[in-house]
Design a protein around this ligand. Structure first.
Ligand code: HEM
Ligand code: HEM
Length: 183
């Protein structure tokens, strides 16, 4: 198999990056819902589940950055022509998926009031402790962390995490299955 994409198909690197992201998304949901449903607040398991969610989320940011570089450096395969509408839907859907792959880790990181203990190996300081927070949010917007965090958390959890990400991924997987099984 080719490393790079060809006219007919995605190469192995694009495939590893795609499936890597899919597994990490699954992991980020399992860790956060496990925390909600199966752990008591302020227990070690509750903290471990949260830290796994943060670590997986940060990893998604890194993988997505690599993925975007690889996407720009490579051609996209020419698949068999569908209708104009199918092409448009696929394009919009893929761009929306790229958007959530960027916005979810970003809103997660800037809206979290604890350090990320990255897979319990080393600490990534919370946004509130960075010079960027001081210059952009504290001095720039004149907001405290609590005032800044509230709308960001709302977007991360209630709008995107609980709804839009599910809708986009389910739509994407249904389109992939339709192509595989029906077309
Ligand atoms: C079981 C889960 C999944 C299946 C079966 C699946 C299947 C596929 C297939 C067959 C393609 C290539 C077809 C095409 O280009 O139209 C594709 C592309 C793509 N998938 Fe998935 N996918 C899954 C999960 C995900 C997840 C979780 C994300 C991101 C959150 C994602 C993001 C993308 C993107 C952005 C592309 C376009 C790639 C590009 O052209 O750069 N997929 N997927
Ligand atoms: C693609 C990456 C991510 C996805 C898909 C994701 C998804 C979610 C979801 C579904 C929730 C729970 C929503 C609910 O309450 O129903 C959540 C909560 C949360 N996320 Fe993320 N997240 C991601 C990345 C991150 C990152 C990078 C951080 C921080 C470094 C983060 C921090 C948090 C925090 C602190 C919560 C609240 C924890 C809780 O309610 O138990 N997330 N996220």
């Amino acid at each position: 198999m080719n490393f790079k994409n060809t006219v007919e198909n995605y190469g192995s690197i694009a495939k590893y990056l795609h499936w890597g992201t899919a597994v990490l998304f699954l992991g980020s949901y399992i860790s956060v819902y496990y925390r909600h449903w199966f752990t008591e607040e302020k227990t070690p398991e509750n903290w471990t589940a949260l830290q796994l969610h943060l670590s997986i989320g940060v990893t998604i940011a890194v993988v997505v950055a690599l993925r975007i570089v690889w996407r720009i450096a490579n051609r996209v395969p020419d698949f068999e022509p569908g209708t104009k509408l199918e092409h448009l839907a696929a394009h919009v859907g893929h761009y929306a998926l790229y958007a959530i792959m960027i916005i979810m880790p970003l809103t997660g990181y800037v809206g979290t009031g604890v350090n990320t203990e990255y897979f319990f190996l080393f600490d990534i300081p919370k946004f509130e402790d960075t010079p960027l927070f001081e210059s952009l949010v504290s001095s720039g917007l004149g907001l405290t962390f609590q005032e800044f965090e509230e709308p960001i958390d709302f977007v991360h959890k209630e709008i995107l995490g609980a709804w839009l990400v599910w809708i986009l991924i389910l739509g994407h997987v249904s389109a992939a299955l339709y192509h595989q099984l029906v077309k």
